[in-house]
Design a protein around this ligand. Sequence first.
Ligand SMILES: Cc1ncc(COP(=O)(O)O)c(C=O)c1O
Length: 387
Amino acid sequence: MNIQQIDQTYVASTYGRMPVALVKGKGALAWDENGKEYIDLGAGIAVNTFGYSDDVWIQAVTEQLGKISHTSNLYYTSPDALLAKMLCEKTGMKKVFFGNSGAEANECAIKTARKWAYDQFGDESHSTIITLKNSFHGRTIATLAATGQDKFHTHFGPFPGGFVYATPEDPDELEKLASENACCAIMIELVQGEGGVVPLSQAYVDAVVAAAKKHGLLIIDDEVQTGNGRTGTLYTYMQYGFQPDIVSTAKGLGGGLPIGACLLGEKVQNTLTPGSHGSTFGGNPTSCAGALSILSRIDDELLKGVQEKSKYIFDTLSGAKGVQSVTGLGLMIGIACDKPVGEVLSVCLEKGVIVLSAHDKVRLLPPLSIPMEQLKKAIEVLKEALA
Ligand SMILES: Cc1ncc(COP(=O)(O)O)c(C=O)c1O
């Protein structure tokens, strides 16, 4: 049996995979088992910030593997302490809880918001969290419930209650939900990723900030996909001019190893107490050493490059044949197209370019460090496939 047959026989059938087995990668390039080369505009779904097998990241990870690869959270280790310090210094947040994934970072955010309300009211009366329709917050039972898409609310019930869903760009509905429910938080993605790469407008985000202030609610900013330089600033809230109370992030932070982080702001910095939350692999020294090497290199120069490459993609594809719209921020881009998205993905793959989908759109999440020449070559292929 080849790799695909073994996988299809033994791996749970939760993924619709493309008919390719990737065996090697370097930067934005990947090779399949037959030696065919691809330019990858997906970066493992926004994970490989500096591309595949980045040398600096490999060195940081392997050095740490040779020192201490894992220990329990019963002891101190330096990579997670230094990573938490760097995250706080770069964001103005106060403390960090580490887990393994975006969903886990969001679980922590949900638990923190509810405990924060419990600590004030002495009961669970203010446990409701407003999330947005069309959002995506993860695959655990609670983060599925937080996700504002009906299709995620089947098969696995009963789901936990305590979530109400607001229509993006409708401040009146948000105000109504905040008034009619005993809430503790509003949870948003500033660019709805899985929902089709749709940025929230500045006016709507201002309304979210105003509603949170008026009703005494926390703002949870899900930056699992948008974070870590992806949209052209270190975190996307920095472009919208407000300070969230909780930021969840994952994906690109680890640069290829599993890590999730829940950043806690001033109001909630002491909400979680010993025993109230935890994760065996949370703060794993190897993942944290890799993340430190990633985070320390997301600097102004890299972010300027993200903005320039973004502009190139928008300029080249907006109004191109077969393209209905180009949306997104930085190197998180969605393309609504005339052709069925599956067809565009297949044609690109055939021609050596990997792109993703989100709903019925083509989605681009290239490594932030992709060289301009490789990006141009790949976008030409995509442009032809879209026409
Ligand atoms: C905004 C957002 N939140 C949460 C998640 C879940 O992250 P993970 O798959 O790491 O659990 C995702 C994954 O795509 C996401 O895009």
